[in-house]
Design a protein around this ligand. Structure first.
Ligand SMILES: Cc1cc2nc3c(=O)[nH]c(=O)nc-3n(C[C@H](O)[C@H](O)[C@H](O)COP(=O)(O)OP(=O)(O)OC[C@H]3O[C@@H](n4cnc5c(N)ncnc54)[C@H](O)[C@@H]3O)c2cc1C
Length: 617
């Protein structure tokens, strides 16, 4: 049986019933974050090792292509994964005129991690921020610093440059993001455009928009294989519906938006065992299956040993505490009522220090003065039910099951350090004595809250093989990709990543399906020598065969890392070959001297080189 989604939408009673059921299941998603246990998925599945050292997590049995599908569907584009990146891609693809699409989501609800993400979504140069700051450069610096320069600088630049539009776009869909303050690794106080209680607002705005747009959604449907034709071109997805039915969805393009592997204990342990002491807080669907599917068809997988650690997070709601409870004056104590760290160090050092305490759990203890110093944030935590309060330290200890004498002694010792201005135990620099008649406690745990590794993409969100060539018809965005974050993510960069690269993947895929410029023929060029150019995006124009041709040349760290032809009138069929050849040579050699012109498109090649020279002048 072969069906198209368009026909299904109009005519198939079965499918309409299915979709109504799907939407009904989806409607309950908003509160999913409140009932999650500490390690909500610990697969313990078998491990299979790929040829490139990539270690997958026991998905082999699902991927048997010899079994015939019980049903075959037809779509232009299949989007695998219904998180922020997948839903964004669906909406963008529709906006670009490709209507015959479907989202496959393995769980019973849409939204992915965007339903719990709390800290914010980075946007640089939004209409909410002052115009006198170069937020794009600030966001790039934050991204590279958090990534310890192990990320792909060209992808970080694309992320930053498109982040403002992404924030505006989700707000136009009703996400309600506003300036909320500085975020991790950022140096300006207005980098983040997230509401104080962002949790779920992006996920809800996107899932509402997807439903309103009538995008066909198959819930409880797990993509297991990317189908390929004999020429190495993507031709659809095989999936497992309701854990038992094997279905094929034939398509011209596939957008992979399956998120990371933050819920797969086996895969994390295999790639980076040092994180094994931390709890896992990612969405239960993020088991890395998308990586296995992509790896199976030859995609390059990178940075699998990098994760983002959240040092302190509420164990019940998954709301990240951020630095405010510490910087405003709170201390951290373990279940014995003792401090165990300089609270202000934060990051991985604090997370790993906390992980070895009893039950990997600690409590923030703070007083009314500390609460008042960060009232807005504490009010949100209070409203979310995260804070206990009492009128004495001893009474507070009783509420949270900590020996009262131990907590009183710890507070007294800390207060003496605060008065003396010297923390003899842990060297904390800024201290405020805890005093008064109202004290507060908040439980906290450290966690892995995301993975940085994934499929290699270029700036057009095309999925690349290890040799840099694009897999025709396969595109990816969001946490399933590697290279955007590097060692760790800066605050708000992951939601920005999902929306920015979800949109870019959609634009490239739509272009591909609608027969636009053949982006997938391009090879990712890597500099072979160090360049000596000034950083920024330089624009230039020159005359080519049929008229003016304009380029945007991106320079990072002295190197030309990307050359976009932004406008041209050259003849399709001749132009693409000349462009790919010239761009690759210039990036590899960091020079426009001695560039081989492409036979049959000599004037186009000359024009392109002249435009690049004009940009770099
Ligand atoms: C607790 C927490 C707090 C966070 N806070 C922030 C924050 O404040 N700011 C920020 O920028 N980032 C934050 N993040 C990270 C951010 O939420 C994610 O990086 C982002 O939402 C990823 O979006 P995505 O669509 O790429 O993937 P996901 O949200 O992971 O969605 C992937 C979807 O694909 C589905 N799927 C997986 N495999 C398959 C398959 N084979 N077939 C079909 N479906 C599949 C999954 O079930 C899931 O629904 C946080 C993460 C966590 C865990």
């Amino acid at each position: 049986m072969k069906k198209t989604f368009r026909v299904l939408l109009l005519a198939s009673i079965v499918t309409v019933a299915f979709m109504i059921a799907a939407c009904a299941t989806d409607a309950g998603v908003a509160d999913v974050h409140v009932t999650i246990p500490v390690d909500w998925v610990d697969t313990g599945t078998a491990i299979g090792q790929g040829s490139s050292g990539f270690v997958g997590g026991g998905f082999g049995l699902l991927g048997n292509l010899n079994v015939p599908a019980t049903e075959v569907f037809q779509a232009d584009i299949v989007i695998v994964g219904g998180g922020a990146a997948g839903m964004t891609a669906a909406l963008e693809v529709l906006a670009r005129g490709v209507g015959n699409i479907v989202i496959l989501e393995k769980t019973g609800f849409l939204g992915g991690n965007a339903m719990t993400a709390w800290g914010g979504m980075a946007g640089a140069g939004t209409r909410y921020q002052p115009a006198n700051v170069n937020h794009v450069e600030e966001m790039i610096s934050a991204g590279l610093a958090a990534g310890q320069n192990l990320n792909n600088a060209a992808l970080v630049r694309i992320l930053a440059e498109n982040s403002a539009a992404a924030v505006h776009w989700v707000n136009d869909l009703g996400a309600n993001l506003v300036i909320a303050g500085a975020a991790r690794m950022h140096s300006t106080p207005d980098t983040i455009a997230g509401t104080a209680n962002l949790g779920g607002s992006i996920g809800r705005a996107l899932s509402n928009a997807v439903r309103e747009a009538g995008v066909p959604i198959m819930l409880n449907t797990q993509g297991t294989n990317i189908l390929m034709d004999a020429g190495g071109r993507v031709m659809g997805v095989r999936a497992l519906r309701n854990s038992s039915e094997v279905i094929d969805i034939k398509s011209s393009a596939v957008i992979l938006a399956t998120g990371g592997f933050g819920a797969n204990r086996a895969m994390i342990n295999a790639h980076s065992p040092r994180f094994s002491v931390l709890g896992l807080r990612s969405h239960p669907g993020t088991l890395g299956g998308g990586l296995v599917m992509a790896h199976d068809i030859g995609a390059d997988i990178l940075d699998m040993n990098f994760m983002t650690v959240t040092d302190t997070m509420d164990p019940a709601t998954l709301i990240t505490h951020g630095p405010a409870p510490r910087t405003s004056g709170g201390i951290l104590v373990n279940m014995q009522g003792q401090r165990f760290s300089n609270e202000l160090i934060g990051g991985e050092a604090l997370a790993f220090g906390l992980a070895v305490q009893t039950n990997s759990r600690a409590y923030f203890i703070f007083d009314e003065n500390a609460r008042a110093r960060a009232a807005g944030i504490f009010n949100n935590f209070y409203a979310a039910g995260m804070i206990r309060t009492a009128n004495s330290v001893a009474a507070l200890a009783g509420q949270i099951g900590i020996p009262s004498s131990a907590l009183e002694a710890t507070v007294a010792r800390y207060n003496a350090f605060a008065v003396a201005g010297l923390d003899e135990d842990f060297g904390r620099a800024t201290m405020f004595p805890l005093s008064g008649t109202r004290f507060y406690a908040m439980p906290t745990v450290p966690a892995v809250a995301g993975t940085s590794g994934g499929v290699r993409i270029n700036t057009h969100a095309e999925v690349l093989r290890p040799n840099g060539t694009a897999i025709q018809g396969l595109f990816a965005g969001g946490e399933v990709t590697g290279g955007v974050m590097g060692y760790s993510r800066a605050g708000g960069h992951s939601l920005a990543d999902a929306v920015v690269f979800g949109r870019i993947a959609a634009a490239t895929a739509a272009n591909f399906v609608l027969g636009g410029p053949g982006l997938t023929q391009r090879t990712e060029a890597v500099p072979q020598v160090q360049g000596n150019f000034s950083a920024g995006i330089h624009r230039g124009t020159a005359r080519a065969h049929n008229g003016p041709l304009s380029v945007a040349v991106t320079v990072l760290g002295g190197n030309i890392v990307d050359i976009e032809v932004t406008e041209h009138r050259e003849t399709s069929g001749f132009f693409e070959g000349a462009r790919d050849s010239v761009v690759t040579q210039v990036i590899r050699n960091q020079s426009t001297i001695n560039v081989d012109r492409v036979a049959g498109a000599t004037m186009t090649s000359f024009g392109l080189v002249a435009a690049i020279n004009d940009a770099l002048r």
